[in-house]
Design a binder for this molecule. Structure first.
Ligand SMILES: [Zn+2]
Length: 185
């Protein structure tokens, strides 16, 4: 499995609020024993590793048998926290999001330009669908392989897909406008 991560963030929290929101999720993951403190924190893998109850975050039926055959189930390599104004975006295979009204895809270069404007201005841009004319803030066009600006994020590094139920639960804890992207390097 090549390097990847699943990155969670809030679209509307300010700098202080976003940091508090992400810290609260780290504590929640520690309390649920999905993660544990790392003996040696790592720049890429972060300060947390798999916890004793890590399987609670996954649908084990969806994980290939080959990685569980030896009894060692590596479901993710680490959990990392990023703080400060940033863009969270897929790298290998970045895609524009589909229109939330008609489903037609935003061109990749249009999405990339809007994302750059968002990062530079720190103001979320409004984008318009080339097909139906629907206009809304870029963050209201959710897509796992696109990108969004934010003030803090929580990343499952080198992770198998989380269970849909766990992903919904975590998103539900991240404020009014939560977001998630799947990043492949
Ligand atoms: Zn549309």
């Amino acid at each position: 499995m090549s390097d990847n991560w699943i990155e969670f963030f809030s679209l509307d929290a300010d700098e202080q609020g976003a940091a508090q929101l992400i810290d609260a999720q780290v504590q929640w993951l520690l309390d649920r024993e999905i993660i544990a403190h790392a003996a040696s924190p790592d720049e890429f893998l972060g300060a947390y590793r798999e916890g004793p109850r890590r399987v609670d975050a996954f649908d084990m039926a969806a994980i290939p048998d080959s990685i569980t055959a030896d009894g060692k189930q590596t479901l993710f390599d680490g959990v990392r926290v990023e703080k400060g104004w940033q863009v969270s975006h897929n790298i290998d295979g970045f895609e524009g999001p589909p229109c939330p009204i008609c489903g037609s895809w935003m061109a990749t270069d249009v999405a990339g330009d809007a994302l750059r404007r968002w990062y530079v201005s720190q103001v979320e841009p409004e984008v318009e669908c080339a097909n139906c004319g629907h206009a809304d803030l870029l963050g209201n066009w959710p897509h796992k392989f696109a990108g969004y600006a934010n003030y803090a994020s929580l990343l499952f590094v080198n992770s198998w897909p989380l269970s849909p139920q766990f992903e919904r639960e975590l998103l539900g804890r991240i404020g009014n406008r939560p977001g998630v992207v799947y990043v492949r390097l």
